[in-house]
Design a protein around this ligand. Sequence first.
Ligand code: SF4
Length: 336
Amino acid sequence: MVHPFPMNTGKPISALVMMSGGLDSMLAACILKAQGIAVTGLCFESPFFKADKARAAAVQLGIPLIVEDFTDDLIALVEHPKHGFGGNINPCIDCHANMIRRAGLILQRDGFSFVATGEVLNQRPMSQTKKNLNVVAEESGLKDRLLRPLSAKLLPETEPERLGWVDRSRLLDLNGRSRKPQYKVAEEFALTSVPTSAGGCKLTEPNYAEKMWDLRRNGQLRNPQAIALLRIGRHFRLSPTVKAIVGRDATENQTLTHSIQPGDTVMNTLPAIPGPTVLVTGPAGERDLEMAARLCARYSDVRTAPEVEIILTAGPSTRSLMVAPATDLDVDRLKI
Ligand code: SF4
């Protein structure tokens, strides 16, 4: 899709710079600011990554920042990634193209002149080859309204350069994975606080990705509670619609207790016995509840006892079950 861009209205040239909060996007903003261009940052937020670093970067650069929610976009891409996944459950090429497509919509909405990113040619093997930078520019609909100031001299001329909005001779020709040239440029711009990397994306973390694959297999990616709980606890799949999540410390136990929704069950050991909180989500049958109670016993301080009493709370009703702690075999079979 090609966006119908507004004609230049005589307003100052303004760039919408995609900010991850990492050094590269900060440098892209600095390079454009140094040319007198009005720079606004844009970043996205989702349960898989936060905007905190982008917020801090915008403060350091003294630029305004637009923060947009990206949850639905990213879940749709995890369901159907046109260009496949990276090393884990990260659909990076599609994700990136979609973020830039969203930037194009904001450009139209708010009247920015062009969009810029901090991408560096060949910095990432999958998403930043010349071919894939081009795929992103095309599929986002921005085409040559998308400028990559850090590698621009190695890429075809873009519209902002052709129209004289940006001086191509003052853009860079960075290429590859080395970070040294970026640190040198950061010095030139007197950036006092240089971030080591942008905020991490959970979809690239193997353990987290396993739990996302499980939700995908079981058709639960659109369940906000299921996504929100992926960050905490040990996760066990009891049936396609039922999970048990076992708290690993007092903070997680508290979070699980407060995450209960209608139809869920919370389990605990007796007050005198240290043990985890277990949250059972979904329409659990008696066998599911018994297995979850066995997991609760297994991770308690009395895991070697032949039987342990577990308290089950669902809505206003409370009852107890006597169960044998789950075995290693149970854990291996059910743990995600
Ligand atoms: S690492 Fe995460 S946020 Fe970044 S492009 Fe890949 S999927 Fe998107």
